[in-house]
Structure formats: structure tokens, C-alpha cells
Design a protein. Sequence first.
Length: 542
Amino acid sequence: MQGMMMNRPLKISDIITFSAENHPDSEIVSVRTEGDIHRTNYLETSKRIAQLANGLETIGVKPGDRIATLAWNGYRHFELYYAISGIGAVCHTINPRLSTEQLLYITKHAEDTLLFVDITFVPILEALKDRLPKNLQFIIMTDQKNMPKNILNALCYEDLLNNQPNFINWPDFSEDTAAGLCYTSGTTGEPKGTLFSHRSTVLHAMMVTISLPNALKEGNKILPVVPLFHVNAWGLPYAAPLCGAGLIFPGPKLDGESLFSLMDREKVYSAWGVPTVWLGLLKEISIKKRSPKNFKDVVIGGSAAPSSMIEAFESLSINVCHAWGMTEMSPIGTQSNLPIRLKNSSLEEKLKIKTKQGRRVFGVELKIVDSEGVILTHDGQNQGELFVRGYAITKGYFKNQEATNNAFDADGWFGTGDVATIDADGYLNILDRSKDLIKSGGEWISSLDLENITMSPPDILSCAAIAVSHPKWDERPLLLVVPQEGKVVDINSVAALLSNHFAKWQLPDDILLIESLPLTATGKVSKLSLRKIYKNYYSERV
Ligand code: AMP
């Protein structure tokens, strides 16, 4: 028997309409690429979104068109999210840190028809103009006053809004309609596209809002350092308006000093980003000898948060929520906020829990399996490949059947490529990307475990443990360590520290001090580049 309830489609435009009615005054503050600060709120933004949507229709945008953006976190990018998807087109956020070849590949693969560009990225456009598809129309995200001259017949963003009505009857369509497109740069092969739907996006916004209630509350100001071009800034542009939290968009400057002063001035309550960003902020906190005013919550994800980083924030009474997810999951899968019964735990207890990636959010199911695909029990010991399924998880890559065929098991669960344990309380512990695990003499060594301990002394800024091929053992760990600026790190003391925590065969064969680690386009340490650089390090020594 069928239920007898209405089946209204879940639509992204409903979020901004709701927010304009219920949270009209919650602020959106942006550091603009033009250099100044812009302030608005959800009510005013909803009007500009309607103008932009009307403008897009006027220039011929049709449902299903892919409209690309190359932009920082700011109010215009936010407006594009809603206006594009609201009229049934697809917002394709491009990561400007991708290589030229990847950038060209994805604009062509997505068949983008319009490309919205922040003024800071105009040089990228100019360099690529002869290789980009000929029919691609450029729109510079600024006003006439700041419009760069003679740019490829580009239109001006504010001209698109001028004289357009600030109201729109958002069209109805199926909730399965595509709304957003985001490519991940895999370590091998071409980037793969995840095509989010209205349904998955709205459900993810609700899932995140109920799962991270500490941050997502009316009146709280939230700083997405995680870019709008990296999996929809982890869903914040949808979750924040839904609950009435304000958004503070940092623009291009993401160094510790700029973030500190923005957070201090705007009284940011919760800030979200990858671990590399927080290294800079923590350094600024130690220089200033205080944390930014009102800063009480930090969400760390994208790669493993070292326990020294969690400790540094928690010691300042800043709650750490360590989250795990993937582009293909919209992205949030687990989060490590403590349940009420553990809220008053000692710092040591908290660290033990929060160094793990946390428990699943509602709407995400997790399983770990062995190499034969047999499901392993959640006892905190069994290590297996992590598979997921849920409300906001991809069912295939955009126009890429081969990658799709390889991504799922026979029961339709998505293979994350992560190796993990899950304990009896449901806490996920990511041990590694399966390709980053180090296989020595048939035994696995977790690079994340080695890195976590290495990061404990304050003189160490960052580190990476990688697999390097070895003539006898197949692979052996090599540890690369970056000291804090002006500090001297003694390799022997790092080795001694590790030997207190690991069996002899798990210890790196060598430890090298280097100046910096290469980063990927999303700000994670690029182990692929490191493995290439040090490929022959052990074989050449023998
Ligand atoms: P992306 O889709 O680019 O965000 O990358 C997703 C991958 O990042 C995951 O499969 C993990 O390998 C890694 N990742 C994300 N969050 C975490 C975390 N908190 N701890 C460890 N690895 C993480």
C-alpha cells in the first residue's frame, strides 16, 4: 500500500526562499577580490539571486546547460550556486588550482557554455583562451568600474543583474534533476565528475545541519575556508541559510594572518577547512597569544587532522569536529563531535576519540570488507576497505562508464578507496588511502599513524610518510619532515619518538628534513608527487 502524502520535489531554490523569509537578517560578509569588504543578508541576496536567474534566462541559459565558475568564496559565487540550479541548469565549480591540462579537459568534458570568472583568474583565461572551446562565453564577476579591458568579449556580472526583476517564480522539476558538477583530480587517469542532484543536495544540507548542530545554528557566523570549488564547500552554502547561520566568505587570502583578522573582526564562531589551513591559523594564534574573539568551533576534514592539531585547538577551548567524506558523498560521511555523555571527558580522552574520523551522519551507511569482499565486524581491530551508500552518494561518474564500472561492488555500495577500522561504538578510523598504505614484506604500515606521532613535537610543521620501493621488502616507509620556520629538528629525536610507538619493522628506513611538502589542488599533501620524487631513493642506496 502506498502512503497518501504529497510528493513535492526537493529543490535547492526552496532553501534560499525559506531563508529569505525566516532568516532575512542573517549576514553574508565577503572579502571581495576587488579588495574591500561586502556585507549583505539572506533577504537581499535572494533578490539578487532572482535578478541573476532572470539575467541568465535572458542570455539564453536553458535547463541542463553546464555553467562553470572559476571563483573564490564570495557572495557572487554564492548567488551563482542558487541562480544556476534554480532554473534547472548545472553549476560546475572548477578548481583553479588544477593543472592547465586538467582545466581544459574538464571544461570540454562538461561541455560548459558559460564560464564565470573572478577578476583574479582573468590571467588564467588569457593564457588559455586559444585552447578553450570556441563557443564558451566568459562573464567576469565584477562591476563595470572594475571590469578588465578587452577581455575576450567577456560580459560583466553586474550588467547581467541590472534592470532585471528581483523576483522569480522558481520552476518546478523532478528532484533528480542535476544541480551541481564537481570533478575530482584522481591520482591516475582524467578527473572524474560527480553530478549532484537537487534531491541529494537538499538532503545533504539537512543531514549536515542535524549532524553538526554545534556550528549550524541561527546567529552563528561560519567561515568556509574550504572553497566553494571543493565539493560545494562541504555543503555550507546550503546548510547555513537553512538554519540561519551567517556566512563569512574569505576571498583569496587564506594565510593565517588574514584569516585571524577576518575571524576576529567578524566574530566567527565556527571555521571549516583542511588541516594545512589550520597550521597557518595556529601559528598566528601563537604569535598573538590569543585566539580570535568568539571562535569556538573548528571543522577539520579533507585529510587526517593530526592529534597535535586537535590538542592545540581543544586546549584553547575550541571544539574540534574531525570530519571525513568525499566529493562523491556530497561530501560529509562522518563527524567526531562528542555525544553528550562524553562532553566532560578529559583532554586525553577527547583526543583519543577525535583523532578518529567520527561516527556516520544520518543518511550514510558504512561497511568495511576484506580483499574477498567479506563484511568485517566493527570491533576497532579489523581493517578493511571502506564502502558507503546513502542519500547523497553518487551512483556513477558523469559521462565515464569505465570509472563507474570500477567504483561499486555487486550490491551497489560505493568503494571509497580508503582503508579503515570501525569500532563497536561506530567510530571510523581511516588508516590510509589504499594506495598510500605501505606494504613491507607482506605487512601493511599506515602512513597516517606514522604522521600522527611525528607531528606531536611543536617544532614540526608538517610531515609525510610515503611508500618507496625496496629491493628486498617490496616497499619501505620514508618519512619527510618539515620543521617550523626558524626551528631545528633533530632527526634522531624523531626516530626515537617513533620507536616508542611502533614495532621496529614499521619504522621508516630514513627520515629527511625538507623545506616544504607539495600540495594537491585541494590543499592536501600530494603523496603522488612525493612518491615520484623519491621513487628510487632506497633502490639507489643499496
Ligand atoms: P576529496 O573527494 O578530494 O575530498 O577526497 C576524499 C578523500 O580524502 C577521502 O577518500 C579520504 O582519503 C580523504 N579524507 C577526507 N577526509 C579525511 C579525514 N578526516 N581523515 C583522513 N582522510 C580524509
